[in-house]
Design a protein. Sequence first.
Length: 411
Amino acid sequence: MAKARQGGYISRSLEPVLKRAAREFPVVTLTGPRQSGKTTLLKRLFGKRYAYVSLEPPDVRMAAASDPRGFLALYPPPVIFDEVQYAPELLPYMKERVDAHRRQAGQYVLTGSQNLLLLERVSESLAGRAAVLRLLPLSYREVLGCPGKALPWDSGPQAHKHTPLSRKELWASLLRGGYPELVANPERDVALWHASYTQTYLERDVRSLRQIGDLTQFQSFLRAMAARNAQLLNLTDLSRELGIAVNTVKAWLSVLEATYQIIVLRPYFTNVGKRLVKSPKIYFTDVGMLCYLAGLRTAEHAASGPMGGAILETAVVTEVFKSYWHQGLEPQVYFWRTSTGAEVDVVVQSEGKLIPIEVKLSATPNPSMARGIEAFRRNFPRQATKGYVVHTGDVRLPLGPDAMALPFAEL
């Protein structure tokens, strides 16, 4: 992990994309969960030329809301407005100023940690004027110091080989998760940090998005979701267990998705309509947060407990999503399951091809682990490419004609 740090800063895959967006669009909007590194990244890239204003303090927020034109005149471009969802009144007046200087790129850089509200307002007020990018917690390739590394099936630079992590090191890394503050400060108490993060998230984001009176019940919902991570989601069972209405479960799920706490993975069907009606699988966007909510406090407990497979699967899914999002791309990622029991954990659609991926907790891959991939390729012979069996060991070798064994560290 020392390779990832340059004077305390960890290089992000999104850096060249952000620079390009600021050269091409009048407004750049950067969204992502709290503490994912948005402000640090923007100050590093634009801090020398741009003024910086946080809209989170109540007095600043009030000034922006009461006199938007005057506030924007006080902070002329180029300027970074942090947590702009707190002052959505600025956006229509920002449009006025942008339209007056339409050819000038990089006038405003906005950040926000609430996807749903922010993007609705941006699309209403700044349609065609704003690039929208996402920054999630650190990907594994960023932690290892190779932020530009491409996924194995995509064209692009491949990183040099790293010294393989021991099983204990790998699971300690997964338990810690990808939030930059925890990665850059190994001495920080992981459980204490996640407890503080969860409380801040509940108090600031959840309450502002929905009228949730009982935060304790919502916290129980969070833990119930962690227990169901990487499983098919049954809303009726979840509502019955928690004693709340199905519509409430749906509303709370939308809160988790809007604040980037979960990723929703849908089944792959050639008929797009079927994808939307079938049960999805839910993954937490940060493996460390998943472990915390599941009550896992040691690497040994995480690796050998009943959630070990779900944790590793989450690490693979989030790595794929982060890799695409941090290139400014929209991931097309699914899972595959048939009525006869054949299944593949992850299916990535890229450049017209389907890449099947199986995730195995074992460090000793063998050809039997590729049976799901073989079945998938028989079902989609024209689109499916050779797949990957991602495992916790350090060997890369073919598993017959349909799959390659790939260490997680090389994903």
